[in-house]
Write a new protein. Structure first.
Length: 129
């Protein structure tokens, strides 16, 4: 798994995940997320477009980081989840605490407070049910 970081503001970062997020790669993601929080980035967006699979250890990293950024007044959201990943996020209720967007552009508009398809954050893909 690879993680590429894009800074889009002094307190906002996009982390693009490439590859599977599982028990062997979850610590890498947690480290990269913790680095961003330590550097004052309170608003994090995980672009999971290129992440075909996630297990419970990856889910745990996401939930833990959502709580960590919330504790410092920040937010975390995800974009581009494939159906199998989206289903896991929906079934576990992660989408209730971590907005899920269809695309990075939708998420960036929402972070910036711009109008757009913000319903994408709460819309559930009927095909994944």
């Amino acid at each position: 798994m690879g993680v590429e970081v894009f800074l889009i503001g002094p307190d906002t970062a996009i982390l693009a995940i490439r590859g599977e997020l599982d028990i062997s790669t979850a610590p890498v993601l947690h480290h990269r997320l913790a680095e961003q929080v330590a550097h004052g980035r309170r608003h994090l967006l995980l672009d999971v477009t290129e992440m075909p699979f996630m297990d419970s250890s990856g889910l745990s990293v996401i939930v833990r980081t959502v709580n960590e950024v919330r504790d410092v007044g920040g937010t975390m959201s995800l974009s581009g989840a494939r159906p199998v990943v989206r289903r896991l996020l929906d079934l576990t209720g992660v989408g209730l605490t971590c907005p899920l967007y269809d695309s990075v552009d939708d998420a960036r508009r929402a972070l910036a407070g711009e109008p757009g398809d913000t319903a994408a954050a709460v819309r559930q893909d009927a095909a994944t049910r």
